[in-house]
Design a protein around this ligand. Structure first.
Ligand code: G3H
Length: 195
């Protein structure tokens, strides 16, 4: 069976400050995750093959990949986090007080709501199409990307309707193994890092 590996980036400084978007560095815990990831893959998952690592163009995903021993690491703009436009760098509390109507609209239609000057989940699903096509053709891919993006990729492989993807839980500091099956959803195994 074909296997796809997925992970969120390690915890970032913005995650701690509860800010969305941006291009911050990993926190100390996030760095610890990046240090542990190679041994989780090797020891807990018994992966002896070379993996091909795909990250976004943002620092936190590349930092999470930095200790992985594999030769091929590719960055995809299409794997960047959902663009929050004007709200980039704000906390949800700030968004709610500064743009209450937008906050309400997003609450009512989280899949379709497009941030001003930014993206919706629907936009992200569309820009992920080439990534998904390439994934279907390739073997041994490990994708390190962002929560919203992973929700969409995970939903695709798990046959979850895309309009439900905004609520899919993708845990932090956890490697996800998806065993792709020809019919029906993938078999999922989670490897949680002890940090
Ligand atoms: O900044 C984007 C987050 O990863 C996605 O969070 O879509 O639940 O607001 P949200």
């Amino acid at each position: 069976h074909k296997v796809v590996w997925l992970s969120r980036h390690g915890e970032s400084i913005y995650n701690i400050e509860k800010k969305i978007g941006g291009n911050s560095l990993l926190s100390e815990r996030g760095e610890l995750y990046s240090e542990k990831l190679p041994s989780i893959i090797k020891n807990e998952c018994n992966v002896s093959d070379e993996l091909i690592v795909w990250t976004s163009t943002l620092t936190r995903t590349q930092q999470t990949a930095q200790h992985l021993p594999y030769k091929t690491k590719l960055t995809w703009k299409a794997l960047d986090e959902l663009d929050a436009g004007l709200c980039d760098g704000m906390t949800y509390e700030e968004i709610e007080s500064k743009y209450p109507d937008d906050f309400k609209q997003r609450d009512e239609d989280k899949y379709g709501y497009r941030y001003r000057g930014g993206e919706s989940y629907r936009d992200v699903v569309i820009r992920l199409e080439p990534v998904i096509m390439e994934l279907e053709r390739q073997q041994n891919i490990l994708i390190i990307t962002h929560q919203a993006v992973l929700r969409c990729i995970y939903s695709y492989f798990m046959n979850i309707p895309q309009d439900q993807s905004p609520w899919v839980a993708i845990p932090l500091h956890t490697l996800i193994r998806l065993e792709v099956r020809p019919y029906g959803p993938c078999k999922v195994t989670l490897f949680k890092a002890n940090i």
